[in-house]
Write a protein that binds this ligand. Structure first.
Ligand SMILES: Cc1cc2nc3c(=O)[nH]c(=O)nc-3n(C[C@H](O)[C@H](O)[C@H](O)COP(=O)(O)O)c2cc1C
Length: 205
């Protein structure tokens, strides 16, 4: 009986210890980084933010890969009113086509970039919608103070290039923004393609 009681007590102790680890694992560890915060870029030379809007995941995959390669923070641009399937259908009545036909539309973003001042370089990613960046990218560029920062855009598309979208985005940012090499990727771009682009801008050096 004593033996059984001992085993029972040891079991309780082990379960309690396991529970403590679980709780601590979800809290701030004292390093200033909790589980919901993306790890900061550790590079002394570059402080890069990868910001992305992606409706069906293709551009998000490129953003994830770029952020991983650079050990950069990733900020996902979330619309206040999410786009459902109908909103982005090719129907002539869709929300996407309505927004893209009106250059003054600025769909609201849910939330904002934490500590935007800490970044000197922003990589901004989006899908091409009717030749242009989705209007929510204009909201992002206009909502953030980009004075003196370096910027590069990246996009995915079925076939369109990035140039037409870039021409318009250039008009939305302050004159002292330094544009780096912007790039269109196919949805299935490889890690090497993305690394090559980042290398070319000197961000991995
Ligand atoms: C509303 C809408 C408009 C699009 N317009 C174009 C276009 O003009 N040119 C093009 O090559 N692809 C176009 N596409 C295809 C997307 O750019 C492509 O699928 C992209 O990889 C989607 O990225 P995401 O998964 O990050 O949203 C369009 C897609 C949608 C939903």
């Amino acid at each position: 009986m004593k033996k059984i009681l001992c085993i029972f007590i040891v079991l309780i102790f082990l379960l309690a210890s396991a529970g403590c680890v679980g709780v601590n694992g979800g809290q701030n560890t004292g390093t200033g980084v909790d589980n919901n915060t993306v790890q900061s870029n550790n590079d002394d030379k570059h402080h890069v933010l990868v910001a992305v809007f992606s409706a069906t995941g293709n551009t998000k995959r490129i953003a994830d890969s770029a952020a991983r390669i650079l050990n950069a923070d990733l900020y996902v641009i979330v619309p206040e009113v999410p786009y459902n399937e109908e909103d982005i259908s090719y129907s002539t009545e869709s929300r996407a086509i309505r927004e893209q036909s009106d250059p003054t539309v600025r769909p609201a973003i849910n939330g904002s970039v934490p500590n935007p001042d800490k970044y000197d370089t922003i990589l901004i990613g989006y899908p091409i919608w009717y030749g242009q960046a989705p209007r929510i990218i204009c909201t992002f560029l206009e909502n953030n103070d980009l004075n003196g920062k370096s910027l590069a855009a990246f996009c995915t598309s079925d076939s369109s290039g990035i140039e037409e979208s870039l021409e318009y985005l250039h008009t939305l940012v302050p004159k002292n923004v330094k544009w780096l090499d912007s790039r269109r990727f196919p949805a299935e771009a490889s890690g090497d393609d993305i690394r090559g682009w980042l290398d070319g801008m000197g961000l991995t050096a």
